[in-house]
Every structure is written in C-alpha cells, then in structure tokens.
Design a protein around this ligand. Sequence first.
Ligand code: SF4
Length: 351
Amino acid sequence: MNLYFDLKGLTPKGIERFCTEELRQKPGQGLRVAVWLYRRRVEDFDAMTDLNRPFREELKKGCALSSLAIEKKTIAGDGTEKLLYRLDDGNAIEGVLISGPNRLTLCVSTQVGCASGCGFCLTGSGGLVRNLTTAEIVNQVFAAWKITRGQPISNIVLMGTGEPLSNYDAVRKFAEIATDRHGMGYSPKKVTLSTCGLAPMIEKMAGDMEVSLAVSLNATTDEVRSRLMPINRTYPIARLMQALHYYCDKTGNTVTIEYVLFKGVNDSDDDAHRLMGLLKGLPCMINLLMFNPFQETPFERPDEERVYAFRNILLNHGFVAVVRNSRGKDISAACGQLRAASRPTGPGPAL
Ligand code: SF4
C-alpha cells in the first residue's frame, strides 16, 4: 500500500469509506477514528486506544494528519484575538476569536484573498489568491482550540477572508465535518456561513449544506448595491431575494440579513422603508453594523443616532433588528478589516 492521505480533509463518512475500502477494516472503525479526531481532538493514532494495534499501524503507515500553526496572535482592548495562520505555501490567512457572555466564537477564512471586490472590504482589495482546502479550514479550528485554555469554542462563523460559496465543495465538506455527530458535533445553528449573495449557490445550499445562512445585503437599490458590491451586477437584488425565498421555503430556516450602514449612502429613512419592502414575507432577522473605516476608503461611519433611528423604524414595523457592535476594531479584526490573506510572503519575518 502506498497511500498518504490527509484525514483532516475527509468527512466522517469519507474516513469511514477510506478505512473500509482502502484499509479493509470492518464497518464502523472509520467512524471511531473520526470521533477520536474531530470530537476528542486527538491527533496521534497511538492515542486512539480503542482501535486495535494493527489498525493503528496501518493508519500510521497510510495517513497523515496535517496541522496549521498560529504564527501571531494580537489581542484587542476588548479581548478579541486576531490570529494569523501561515499556510504551507507561504500565504497567510487571518481568523478572529471573539468572546462574549457564555460564548466563544471563532471566525474562519475560506479563501486566500477574495475575488468579490466589495468596495468597503480590505480583503477584497487584494483580489483572490486561491481557495483553501477543507483541511486548511478544519485546521483553523484545531489551531484555535489549542489556545482557548479549555474554554470550548461555542460558535463558528465563516466570515473571515474569502467568499465561502465561491469555494463551495471545500466549504460543504467543512460544514459536514463541523456538524456531523461523528465530527465536531456542532448544531447547525452554531455554524454560520456568510455570503455576499451568490444567488444560485444559495439555492444549491438548500438541502445540501446544513448551517445557518447570513447574507450581506447592505443596500436597498441596485444602483447603490452595485457600487458597494460588484456581485450585484451579476445577481441583482430581485434575483437574490428570489434565492432567499427559495432557500427559506425549502429548509424552513430563518436567514440573517447583514446590513452595514455607511454615512449618507444607505442609512436614510427611505432606505429603512425600502429594506422592509424587500424583506416583507422573508423569515429573517436583521443585523445592523456600522462601517469600520480604514485608510483609502471613500466611505464614512454613520452617527450612532442615525443607526438607532434606522433600527427603530424596523422595530416599529415588527421586524427583528439588532445593532451589532464590531469587536476588535483597534487591531483591525472587525468586519471587513482582515487582509493578511492575500500576501504570499514565503518564509519571512512575522507580519
Ligand atoms: Fe470578499 Fe466578503 Fe470582503 Fe466581499 S466582504 S470582498 S465577499 S471577503
């Protein structure tokens, strides 16, 4: 046998198939390996003590368990931790650990850079370098687990660098690993995928990927949305809404609408009324976020008063709307501020 397979890239069902078909093990043995690996986080085959010794030797001969190192950790004043991971090819990606009352949320990346080019996002400004593999996404969770000092990661959000639905197959496998009972065992409610609005892929997700869905809407007219988010020229607001209704009808899920407010661009009372018109009949909740300005951006952060006035219009008409405070602003870990990804640096000094 001349196999050297990275098990971290396989779903529990994939590990089971590999163990029965390639290693000639009895059914169920591969699922035990998956539980040791993903649920108990054991990365040493010798420590998987309820597997018989010859099987463990076969696993050692035929399989690899890849890993990812956190090269740098930066802690913000509010406790948010920004993590810099170095990939084998020298590229870097970032993630964020956000602690809150009774929860610890890990934000993971799905691509090196991003092709979507949203006008308010630092990641998008560098373009796409490449997709991450499933193992590279999984290993972000493993690396973060090791630094949480025993506190369990309660939620995973796919909101780091990259557009998850542009890397569909790898992300779908990650979602299965995260939510399968022989995998990490998260409830689908605790794993959230955020997209800029790839309508056909949202429809594909329905019934194929069991996670929570969040969509960045950010505007109420095609003119403004196309300016903020070039994806709108391919999938305008009406097409996106059609996909969201299809998704909600087919899954019975509620979708989270993310709406970043930009001063004087999309924060007027008229915008609030148009937003309600768009979302009428869609099972959703609305997250309102204030833009986090960075150098070179033409956009400005709105006044808090305006943001709460916008929210109150939504609340007064029966919508569920929450103003979310971005965390980690002082270390550029807030929404739209991750960017290490697109720099292929090779083995050099820490960023
Ligand atoms: Fe890509 Fe998301 Fe940034 Fe848009 S907001 S450019 S989809 S990372």
